[in-house]
Design a protein around this ligand. Sequence first.
Ligand SMILES: Cc1cc2nc3c(=O)[nH]c(=O)nc-3n(C[C@H](O)[C@H](O)[C@H](O)COP(=O)(O)O)c2cc1C
Length: 199
Amino acid sequence: MAEADINAGSPVLDALINRASMPPRLFSDAAPARADVEQMLKAAMSAPDHGAVRPWRFHLIEGEARNRLGNLFAEVLLDRDPFATTTAIEKAKARPLRAPLIITVCAKVDPSRASKIPIVEQVVTVGIAMEHLVIAAQAMGYGAIILTGSNAYAGKVRSAFGLDREDELLGFVYIGCADEPAPAKERPDAAEYTSEWNG
Ligand SMILES: Cc1cc2nc3c(=O)[nH]c(=O)nc-3n(C[C@H](O)[C@H](O)[C@H](O)COP(=O)(O)O)c2cc1C
């Protein structure tokens, strides 16, 4: 089939090729509808999952809970730098307030299955689920962006989300409405990263 025919009328392909993250400063206060959030999570459920481990965990953070996450970020900052300035502390506290909804995406891996399904595969599954969620959000007209920063790796934050040693916090997905589309980006040329492998 000619390329033009394959591409014609494929909203999925269009969503994939044109996906772009929403800068947090563009989010308004309007929260995504609960039914839409459920659709995003449903989209995450079709991530390829070797052995059906279902290692994904999604934590929805809205309203006042965002302040509690911000306080945790501030604690982490103060643990790292007891002399952090008031401005830096306030900035850490305000981070989660940049979007009406944050979905923290974690990988709760099953080490007892690692001989057949290596931990890396279990984590990859959750990464894919996270991206399904992001693309679903965007397909429904929301903006989304995956953020981590050092908070995602801090012991206190990991325990707050119930993570054990081999588990991972893959991202805080900030989701919301915006009055303008996510800025389009120049994408790399796939050919530069592609080769024919002949052994
Ligand atoms: C796991 C993961 C963590 C990320 N963490 C951050 C982050 O902490 N800060 C940041 O500016 N971008 C982060 N990004 C990148 C943004 O989500 C986004 O991809 C980037 O701003 C480029 O925009 P684009 O997605 O439209 O290409 C992360 C991406 C991934 C996949």
